[in-house]
Design a binder for this molecule. Structure first.
Ligand code: SF4
Length: 400
């Protein structure tokens, strides 16, 4: 278990207000004192993750989080960490003390879980005490159970319930899943230009590196300017080259044609979105309305540079290749009237869960609105899409 990559585990996150019994539940699940338990609110200050093999769920990473009602400046930071953990959870255990009234923070958690279409199970703790009237009917029937953490093995019914939900849990694919094997060398090309954040790499690059290390591969990282000479002096052929989409053209020109190549953005089209729908959507570029409207969507705010990808480069390329009079809009939120747009071009969505991204895609699909992601559009615009899709035979076939 200790060798199972975190990325390959089912991620279970315990959430709830302070002193709801989350840490006791964690101990119950592991049947030992792995989390500090006390009656003082706020004992768990930072998320604590432990691994466990849970029957049909297989390897699981269970995270105990700080209370959702934590206070003060540090408390707010902890709540923000908890929110992050919730976004990436495969299954949430929403823990609430049965003997206390419903808090506004608990209503907020429930709303967020329902909105995010996240699988969750309600756990009503302090089952040995009388149920508070406000807790009756708080959770929908069949979506919760009551347990007493003081009783040994009392988490067993919960584990049974989690196992029953196992089939409904869809784990997000990891960036290089199915693309590499142990001992592979993978070359990552990451331009460090004005758009790169100061002092760090962006999330898709970090996640890919971590996934490669988890899979016992070697990751070699360099900028596009160093690629040509480095590649030719390397002495061994990398199993795969993964580039930032913006450097696709140069990278493809600098390495041999038989070198497998793809982009971070395509890895994330597969990880977060629905690549088959993205590819199907390419057809819309062939007869795009002359004065059509394209909405460029991003999932987080970031500092924009002069030659920003979403607001400058993509619109410029689109107007050059598809239609000079096409109108562009930009948004981080779902549009109120999606049917006003003829196409959506979405970022790699690295900051949101696949579930959240698929929920967005469903809205556009239902209305017949084509959706591309940045990497797919840039590979297409550079005439490199067939090559970028080679590492994914089923997508390459669909494109053909
Ligand atoms: S969510 Fe989108 S805009 Fe934000 S960093 Fe990831 S790819 Fe970029």
């Amino acid at each position: 278990m200790s060798q199972t990559a975190l990325a390959e585990s089912t991620r279970i996150v315990l959430t709830g207000v302070r002193n709801a019994g989350k840490s006791s539940l964690m101990n119950n699940l592991f049947e030992k004192d792995s989390a500090i338990v006390s009656d003082t609110p706020g004992t768990t200050t930072d998320p604590v993750t432990r691994k466990i093999e849970l029957g049909k769920l297989g390897p699981c990473a269970v995270t105990d989080t700080a209370g959702f009602d934590d206070v003060g400046e540090l408390g707010e930071q902890r709540v923000s960490k908890t929110r992050e953990r919730l976004k990436s959870a495969d299954l949430v255990l929403f823990v609430t003390p049965g003997d206390r009234p419903v808090l506004s923070e608990e209503k907020e958690i429930l709303e967020a879980l329902e909105e995010g279409k996240q699988p969750w199970i309600g756990v009503v703790t302090f089952g040995d005490k009388a149920l508070h009237g406000e807790k009756e009917g708080f959770f929908p029937t069949g979506k919760f159970l009551v347990l007493n953490n003081e009783e040994k093995h009392s988490a067993r019914p919960l584990i049974n319930m989690m196992e029953k939900r196992a089939e409904q849990l869809s784990r997000e694919i990891t960036p290089v899943e199915g693309l590499v094997k142990e001992q592979d060398l993978v070359l990552l090309v990451t331009p460090i230009d004005l758009a790169a954040p100061a002092g760090r790499l962006i999330m898709p690059q970090v996640e890919t590196i971590r996934d490669l290390l988890d899979r016992d591969c070697a990751a070699l990282i360099l900028k596009e300017r160093e690629l040509f000479s480095f590649y030719n002096n390397l002495g061994i052929k990398p199993s795969l080259v993964i580039t930032d989409s913006q450097a696709f053209h140069k990278v493809a020109a600098d390495i041999p044609e038989d070198q497998p190549l793809t982009s971070f953005s395509l890895l994330f089209a597969r990880k977060k979105g629905n690549p088959a729908y993205f590819i199907e959507s390419l057809k819309a570029l062939n007869n795009f309305p002359e004065k059509g409207r394209v909405l460029v969507m991003e999932s987080c705010s970031h500092h924009r540079q002069a030659d920003d990808l979403g607001t400058v480069k993509i619109p410029r390329l689109f107007r050059q290749l598809v239609g000079a009079q096409v109108e562009f809009g930009h948004s981080r939120k779902m549009p109120e009237n999606p049917e006003e747009w003829d196409m959506i071009i979405h970022c790699a969505a690295c900051m949101i869960t696949q579930k959240a991204m698929l929920a967005k895609l469903d809205v556009f699909r239902e209305k017949g609105i084509p959706v591309l992601n940045y990497g797919l559009f840039l590979a297409w615009a550079n005439g490199l899409l067939p090559r970028a899709l080679e590492p994914f035979p089923e997508l390459a076939e669909l494109y053909e």
